[in-house]
Write a protein that binds this ligand. Structure first.
Ligand SMILES: Cc1cc2nc3c(=O)[nH]c(=O)nc-3n(C[C@H](O)[C@H](O)[C@H](O)COP(=O)(O)OP(=O)(O)OC[C@H]3O[C@@H](n4cnc5c(N)ncnc54)[C@H](O)[C@@H]3O)c2cc1C
Length: 465
């Protein structure tokens, strides 16, 4: 065996796919603990409604993801909801407020007071914040406190996290790099934009618009389904094959699983941070922390018949200060076609997260009742739902909190010390589907080049939520 891949979620499936593309004849084997491939990606179709247990979509602005779709033919199947046409809302003072789609319109909108806007502009004169600040500390230092509820909404929507615990070096390493180089973030962004403009004039690159949220007619489950289609069970993938231990052997890696001992030259741990750390613990005991916190959520899918409407757009998010039961809701039948039967709507409310794990202990009926009471105060929902289902994703979202940058450095050092060891997956270098596809692609490229694993310079990502 050339490469053993532990984990058959999107990360592991992408490494296997890329290895087949890049190195014909390369023998790789995925060892997957559960009885299906796909990890946390899991669509749920019932009574004509289509909801998601895990991710709802990904933005089409990542070259590695676009290439993966082309290589698999999924680019011909995907459905897109452009951000330019779908507004988002933040719940403020008990009502939904529309967030404009361009930075200029955001500045002009009456989202914060004129004085607070002046404070935001004062960022131009700010100095980098030293140490390992939380997102809240960092935003307050640079832009003032007025932006905190909006930033809260962003990190609720992406991490289901708590901005008083997430660290800026973990969640926005690209912006942090810009800040350290230029002092002010705004100055750094202006410099970056000028540089991009110059590159465009020399390379003739076109104007970039807002990206589109992407999924598939049958839901996100189609992505791992397609990637797993060409894998032969027993030869390319072993299901129900949990890995128990990893060891360094004479000429490569030795892996002990439920189904025996496997050996290979390369070992890719395509796992969320915590299962990765559990396997690395015995092999590399000096790790800075044994586990990272995770945020678990429940999705409450609710369908309504004629008479109920949804505002135009993707959905809304509620910052913690609003003290609402739901973290927010996705207007699913607005986003993609065929999410609800003709004449019906589907929305998916999110509950729990880093701040309210206790809500996940509620039974399904209570969750539905409390979520509905919350949603009715914000949305024109008529009558009782014709469909309601609580979906409880198996995995939580890794939280990049205090100590995470040190953990990432430790991982990098470990991979440098051990040729053929690749550690990537959910939470290592990001949490989004595009992050997974990007890092899995890099792992496959490093294996092809017989090179060690390396971390790419962190990019400045757009803030979409
Ligand atoms: C509720 C939720 C909503 C999300 N929404 C979005 C979204 O809208 N957009 C977006 O871009 N991203 C979203 N994400 C993140 C996205 O789903 C992840 O980035 C991605 O699916 C992670 O893929 P992975 O393969 O790295 O990990 P996983 O999907 O967790 O897969 C890891 C696999 O490893 C297996 N495994 C674990 N331990 C072992 C072991 N010891 N031996 C063998 N196998 C093992 C597991 O069974 C699993 O199949 C969401 C995540 C969650 C949980």
């Amino acid at each position: 065996m050339d490469t053993l891949i532990i984990g058959g979620g999107l990360s592991g499936l992408t490494v296997a796919h890329k290895l087949r593309q890049l190195c014909p004849g390369h023998q790789s084997l995925i060892l997957e603990k559960s009885d299906r491939a796909g990890g946390v990606i899991w669509s749920h179709a019932e009574n004509g409604f289509l909801a998601e247990n895990g991710p709802h979509g990904f933005l089409d602005n990542c070259p590695e993801s676009r290439l993966l779709l082309q290589e698999t033919g999924l680019d011909q199947e995907c459905v897109k909801a452009p951000l330019s046409r779908f507004v988002r809302y933040v719940c403020m003072d008990g009502a939904l407020r529309c967030i404009p789609q361009s930075p200029l319109k955001i500045i002009m909108a009456p989202l914060i007071s004129p004085l607070a806007k002046l404070r935001v502009a004062g960022e131009l004169f700010k100095k980098p914040l030293q140490g390992e600040p939380t997102v809240a500390e960092w935003v307050a230092h640079h832009f003032g406190p007025a932006l905190l509820p909006y930033v809260d909404a962003v990190f609720t929507g992406t991490y289901a996290g708590d901005l008083n615990r997430l660290v800026i070096d973990g969640v926005m390493p690209g912006v942090r790099r810009l800040e350290k180089a230029h002092g002010s973030v705004i100055r750094g962004l202006i410099a970056k934009m000028n540089q991009a403009r110059q590159t465009k004039t020399t390379t003739g690159g076109g104007k970039k618009g807002l990206p589109a949220m992407t999924s598939f007619p049958g839901g996100m489950g189609r992505l791992p389904e397609k990637l797993a289609e060409s894998l032969q069970p027993g030869r390319d993938i072993l299901l129900n094959c949990g890995v128990l231990a990893i060891r360094k052997g004479q000429s490569g890696w030795e892996v002990e699983s439920d189904q025996g001992i496997h050996e290979a030259r390369n070992l890719a741990l395509a796992l969320p941070i915590n299962p990765s750390l559990a396997l690395l613990h015995a092999f590399a005991p000096t790790m800075p922390q044994n586990a990272v916190p995770e945020a678990r959520i429940a999705t409450i899918a609710m369908g309504f018949g004629p008479g109920s409407t949804l505002p135009p757009g993707f959905g809304y998010l509620a910052p913690e200060q609003e003290k609402r039961f739901c973290l927010g809701a996705l207007f699913s039948s607005n986003m993609f076609p065929a999410r609800a039967p003709q004449g019906h709507i589907l929305l998916e409310a999110l509950v729990g997260g880093r701040r309210h794990p206790e809500r996940l202990d509620l039974d399904d009926a209570t969750l539905i009742r409390q979520a509905l009471a919350d949603l009715r105060q914000l949305l024109p929902l008529q009558g009782e739902p014709v469909y309601a289902r609580v979906l409880r994703p198996k995995g939580g979202i890794p939280q990049l909190e205090a100590g995470y940058p040190a953990l990432l450095n430790w991982r990098d050092q470990l991979m440098r010390e051990h040729q053929g060891l690749f550690i990537h997956g959910f939470g290592w270098e990001g949490i989004g589907l595009n992050d997974m596809i990007k890092s899995a692609t890099r792992v496959a490229e490093s294996i092809r080049e017989n090179a060690g694993a390396n971390r790419e310079e962190a990019a400045v990502k757009g803030i979409y939520f």
